[in-house]
Design a binder for this molecule. Structure first.
Ligand code: NAD
Length: 334
């Protein structure tokens, strides 16, 4: 059965990596009907918004989107399209796998962990105001329902993906109400999954242990702000931005995108590494139940990285974005 997927190419290097990922997915045998819509700065003049209504309608109708990065102006201008999409579709779970790739130079050789970040609450919701002009206040909102759905997501993910352990990350020793509630809910959800080991870590101690012994972690579940910071730390433990995929998952929609941004300096040069978006498409295919196509793409990408002969500039190679996609496709069909 063919799946309808919205493709949002994005800005900067977005269109180049999106085309590469689309070609690889098409060559994998997964039947996808792509519905291509544009968002970002290019749409401002025509629609008065970087996120036109027809883009939202497309994602709502298809329920699944693959998205290239979109530039967010700093300080002034429109608000982040990425954050707006997460809010609009209540994409409460942000999933970021981080693992060592054989053949790719990095500090560690044996990392294989998954960050499950709560994506809608916490200080990151930006509920803040000035108190006169002498102080500013931000509200850290953690709800039982929000904590429960992300904890359940983490354990269900662990069960479905053969993972052994979930670590709840918090600072409940200091924020006894908010992080205390998050930890309490994680503990009670853990009791429903006796086959999965459960532990908790205070976020500062976790950061040190991640740097010293990242191989001891499996699935991490975190409130929004710690999740934001720790997931970049985890990308840095392995191959870096060109290789880091992510998924934003809600009840009715899911959007898959690379962790990296639009890298404007590289736009139009056909030199960006499309691996992160290709691996995001792999997560998307698994989400759609197209495991065989996902495995085929992943095997081909891992083989190319391990051989180290056909790589983009960031990994020391000289292939362009589209030539790397050609190499993945050749490898899949070999
Ligand atoms: P960035 O990730 O775009 O780029 C930082 C540097 O990393 C680049 O200069 C480049 O050297 C390298 N890099 C990134 N992706 C690469 C790739 N695929 N292949 C090879 N090298 C790569 O980060 P930035 O410069 O901080 O952000 C640029 C814009 O992207 C900003 O407007 C930011 O808001 C936006 N952004 C969007 C998203 C998203 O759409 N989800 C995420 C992060 C940043």
């Amino acid at each position: 059965m063919a799946h309808n997927v919205t493709l949002i190419p994005g800005d900067g290097i977005g269109p180049e990596v999106a085309l590469a990922a689309r070609r690889v997915v098409d060559a994998s045998g997964a039947g996808i009907n792509w519905h291509v819509v544009d968002a970002g700065e290019s749409q401002l003049e025509k629609y008065g918004t970087p996120l036109p209504q027809h883009v939202l309608d497309a994602v709502r109708a298809d329920g699944t989107a693959l998205k290239g990065p979109i530039t967010t102006p700093v300080g002034v201008g429109f608000r982040s399209v990425n954050v707006a999409l997460r809010k609009e579709f209540d994409l409460y779970a942000n999933l970021r796998p981080a693992r060592s790739f054989p053949g790719v130079e990095s500090r560690y050789k044996n990392v294989d962990l998954v960050v499950v970040r709560e994506n809608t609450e916490d200080l990151y919701a930006g509920i803040e105001h000035m108190i006169g002009d002498t102080a500013a206040e931000s509200i850290k909102l953690i709800t039982r329902a929000g904590s429960e759905r992300i904890a359940r997501f983490a354990f269900d993910y662990a069960v479905k993906n053969g993972r052994k352990k979930v670590t709840c990350v918090h600072k409940a020793n200091i924020m006894k109400c908010t992080d205390g509630l998050f930890l309490e809910v994680c503990r009670s959800v853990a009791a429903e999954y006796p086959g999965i080991e459960f532990e908790d870590r205070i976020v500062d101690a976790l950061c040190m242990q991640l740097v010293q012994h990242p191989e001891t972690f499996d699935v991490l579940v975190l409130p929004n702000l710690y999740g934001d910071i720790v997931s970049d730390l985890c990308a840095g433990l392995v191959g870096g931005l060109g290789l880091a995929p992510s998924a934003n998952i809600g009840r009715d929609a899911a959007i898959f995108e690379a962790v990296h941004g639009s890298a404007p300096k590289h736009a139009g040069k056909n030199d960006a590494n499309p691996t992160a978006l290709i691996l995001s498409a792999v997560l998307m295919l698994r989400h759609l139940g197209e495991g065989a196509a996902a495995d085929k793409i992943e095997r081909a990408v891992l083989a190319l990285l391990a051989e180290g002969r056909e790589l983009t500039y960031d990994l020391g190679g000289s292939l362009g974005t589209s030539e790397f996609a050609d190499a993945v496709i050749r490898r899949m069909n070999a």
